[in-house]
Ligand binder design. Structure first.
Ligand code: NAD
Length: 402
């Protein structure tokens, strides 16, 4: 993702939302950009922390380890975090971090050294009331625990709220493992009620953390999951797949395609005649080439960026309701926020409490967008973006910065 696409995006949203030049400039400009070089086993790795906006609360966003990480991308991702936290209506801003490294080439010891080096480089600009990182691509709960430990050593006091996505034993929250899927399901249930959808067939692309948990949760709620896929292909059964069996097969054989039923392609999965389509794998899978063939009534975007902007217009004109990623997959960051609250309160909630608070937040986030969308000439996604941008600007205005 390039920052130039954010600028284009903001120019478009700016026109719809009637933003003036200073409002646009504020949104286009990250508040702080921090860079460092981390040295591990004699090799140097570029590292970044971009803090886009903190008008609504401390910066919040993951740290990714990937060979293609670069400053332009981290800036773009930090911007999306500001929009996501505003959409989820949690009192946090947007930030992102990254290290340009192929983590598969490092030993566990080197990964620990790298994670501690990241904190040594940036500890003065992160903190429970400043900027709260989390896991992202190729960073894990274990790494978050190392980072918390390093931060506390450097500042000389306990600060569990400096980072989220920690293991339970290191101050993590219950339910974080299924939070993205569960948050998405809560949003979906609200949307179904609003549009009065009665059919319950579902196709899910991707069978990892988001897709597999969504499949389990939907089946528990009486939905009929007829197709799922992973990178090797898709399986289909019009009568419904046995999700428990699929989970077992995926863990034993590495792929869902070893399940005994009709095999279809990932392309066919997206075009199935189902009520609900849940892209939960990759970006840019619904494009201008296949959008006209999508038959679902609702698209629940658990993946980040699964629909291209050209495809989005086609889905909208076909009357398909797209629940956009920054709302549909915001359950993860919402439970990260709960983790931070629990750390700050030094009071830990049981799983039922986390789930019921997650439901409350997701239902409220959905309802705020729905209210704006009803009667609007723009699609649901555009309304989600406009609302998020307005919330950030309202917070800036209230502080006297606009
Ligand atoms: P994951 O690595 O656990 O799972 C990804 C799944 O996608 C795997 O089953 C993989 O086999 C499958 N896949 C890969 N290539 C595919 C292809 N070409 N066609 C079909 N399936 C393919 O990842 P995840 O955590 O479930 O994340 C999935 C998406 O959800 C990503 O876009 C991620 O950014 C987004 N997301 C996840 C979370 C979270 O908390 N896990 C939060 C927000 C957004």
């Amino acid at each position: 993702m390039e920052y130039a696409s954010i600028i284009n995006f903001l120019n478009k949203i700016g026109k719809i939302a009637n933003l003036n030049d200073s409002e646009l400039e504020l949104l286009k400009t990250p508040q702080f950009i921090h860079q460092a070089e981390l040295e591990v086993s004699g090799k140097k790795y570029p590292a970044y922390r971009v803090q886009h906006n903190n008008a609504r609360g401390p910066f919040k966003g993951g740290i990714r380890y990937h060979p293609e990480v670069n400053l332009d991308e981290v800036k773009a991702l930090a911007f999306w975090m500001s929009l996501k936290t505003a959409t989820a209506d949690i009192p946090l801003g947007g930030g992102k971090g990254g290290v340009t490294v192929n983590p598969k080439e490092l030993s566990v010891e080197e990964l620990e050294e790298l994670s501690r080096a990241y904190v040594k480089a940036f500890y003065k600009v992160i903190g429970p009331q400043q900027d709260i990182p989390a896991p992202d691509v190729y960073t894990t709960p274990e790494m978050m625990a190392w980072m918390r430990d390093e931060y506390e050593k450097l500042i000389g006091e306990k600060a569990p709220g400096v980072i989220t996505g920690k293991p339970i034993e290191a101050g993590g929250s219950l339910v974080r493992d299924i939070a993205t899927a569960l948050g998405g399901v809560y949003v979906l249930e609200e949307a179904i009620e609003k549009i009065g959808l009665e059919e319950k067939t579902v196709a899910i692309q991707g069978f990892g953390n988001a897709g597999m948990n969504a499949a389990k949760l939907l089946v528990e709620r009486g939905f009929n999951v007829v197709a799922v896929s992973d990178s090797k292909g898709a399986v289909f059964d019009a009568l419904g797949l046995d999700i428990e069996k699929l989970v077992k097969i995926k863990s034993e054989t590495g792929s869902v395609i070893n399940y005994n039923s009709e095999k279809i392609s990932n392309k066919q999965l997206l075009e199935l005649d189902v009520a609900i389509l849940v892209p939960s794998a990759l970006a840019n899978v619904i494009t201008v080439e296949n959008a006209a063939n999508v038959k679902a009534k609702i698209v629940l975007e658990l993946a980040n960026g699964p629909t291209t902007s050209g495809a989005d217009d086609i889905l909208h004109s076909s009357g398909i309701l797209v629940l956009p990623d920054i709302l549909a997959n915001a359950g993860g960051v919402t439970v990260s926020y709960f983790e931070w609250v629990q750390n700050n309160e030094d009071n830990y909630w049981d799983a039922e409490t986390v789930k019921s608070r997650l439901k409350e937040k997701m239902v409220s986030a959905f309802s705020q967008v729905w209210e704006k969308y009803s009667g609007s000439e723009h699609d649901f996604r555009t309304n989600t973006y406009v609302l998020a941008v307005k919330k950030i600007l309202d917070a800036e205005r209230a502080r006297g910065n606009l």
